[in-house]
Write a protein that binds this ligand. Structure first.
Ligand code: ADP
Ligand code: MG
Length: 330
């Protein structure tokens, strides 16, 4: 791969709590190539959003902060940039779409004005031109009769339509990287599929790089080129989607895949991963997945598994990555 558009190395982001300071993201590294779609997947609480917020400089500080590591966007270090410089990066360089409850559509402003506002915040163009651009963006994200919808308030739109508006806002400044954190999770499955199709079309048209965050392996299969599997703040596994889906090497990835509903599989055979994610404050010397892992041996409890190259650009943080999968899915 050429120079990555985004290069994250050893990212560690901590939260201060009454019980002490704990890493929500612990030594995470990955690259995103220009035009590539990277999926970040993991259970709720695994540190996906904290990773995204760290990149965007939006971690609530305090109690959160990027404690160590490096984040380079187009070669430029962005950890430690002043707030103003980070603000200037968000929008024209890095666009963002969040899960609906977190989205920032302002309920008291018309959606058209919010799109135009975004364009005009970063470009010196007339109101009339901004309006034309807003209409074409709304059209691009599949909003019918955009000239009329422009004057709607957010509450007049369905959840799916509001998320289309959020995508229009994210695209307004033609970002080179789009960070989408659970962009479809709050929506029903039909709308989810439509929005993922839309995002994929736009990604192909524009060639922008995308980081899509989800707890759903199905979304990864649909959309991503490469996948980063996170567990309890750490990278469990990463690699090309095809490779990881056919040869998952980390037992957590195996579990996630088994618990993903697929059209070609009988849902009754779906299994869930027994146990729960450790608390942030549960410090343990070994693998954070060990308490839930069928492959666990003494070494897993005693030492932290490094990310090992397991071939074909795939890496897994498991001492027993080459163990036969129970059930023969190896
Ligand atoms: P995900 O997006 O993967 O569901 P998050 O990145 O939101 O998970 O959270 C990772 C961890 O960070 C969680 O264990 C959560 O408790 C902790 N965390 C997130 N936000 C805060 C906060 N504002 N204060 C304290 N802890 C937080
Ligand atoms: Mg999240």
């Amino acid at each position: 791969m050429g120079d990555p558009i985004l290069r994250v190395r050893g990212l560690t982001s901590t939260f201060r709590t009454d019980a002490g300071v704990f890493p929500a993201v612990d030594d995470v590294s990955f690259d995103v190539a220009p035009g590539e779609v990277l999926g970040i997947v993991g259970e709720s609480g695994s540190g996906k959003s904290v990773t995204a917020l760290s990149i965007l400089g939006l971690l609530p500080d305090p109690p959160g902060r990027v404690a160590s590591g490096s984040i380079r966007f187009e070669g430029r270090e962005i950890v430690g940039l002043p707030r103003k410089a980070l603000q200037a990066l968000r929008g024209p360089s890095i666009g963002m779409v969040f899960q609906e409850p977190m989205t920032s559509l302002n309920p008291v402003f018309r959606v058209g004005d919010q799109i135009m506002e975004t364009i005009r915040a970063h470009e010196a163009i007339s109101k009339a031109d901004a309006r034309k651009r807003a209409i074409s963006l709304m059209d691009r994200v599949g909003i019918a009769a955009p000239e009329r919808r422009l004057d709607d308030f957010p509450h007049q739109l369905s959840g799916g339509m509001r998320q289309r508006v959020m995508i229009a806002i994210a695209l307004a400044c033609s970002p080179r990287l789009l960070l989408a954190d659970e962009p479809t999770t709050a929506l029903d499955v039909t709308i989810q599929a439509q929005l993922l199709d839309l995002l994929r079309d736009i990604q192909r048209d524009t060639g922008m790089a995308v980081v899509i965050i989800t707890h759903n392996m199905g979304v990864i299969a649909e959309f991503a080129d490469r996948v980063l599997v996170m567990y309890a703040g750490r990278v469990a596994e990463q690699g090309a989607v095809d490779t990881v889906f056919t040869h998952p090497r980390h037992p957590y990835t195996v579990g996630l895949l088994r618990s993903t509903p697929r059209l070609d599989r009988d849902e009754a055979r779906l299994t869930t991963i027994p146990g729960v994610l450790p608390q942030l404050s549960d410090t343990m010397p070994g693998c954070r997945f060990a308490p839930r892992c069928a492959r666990r041996t003494d070494v897993c409890v005693l030492s932290k598994p490094p990310l090992l190259d397991v071939g074909a650009g795939q890496q897994a943080a498991c001492f027993h990555w080459d163990a036969q999968q129970p059930g023969g899915a190896s």
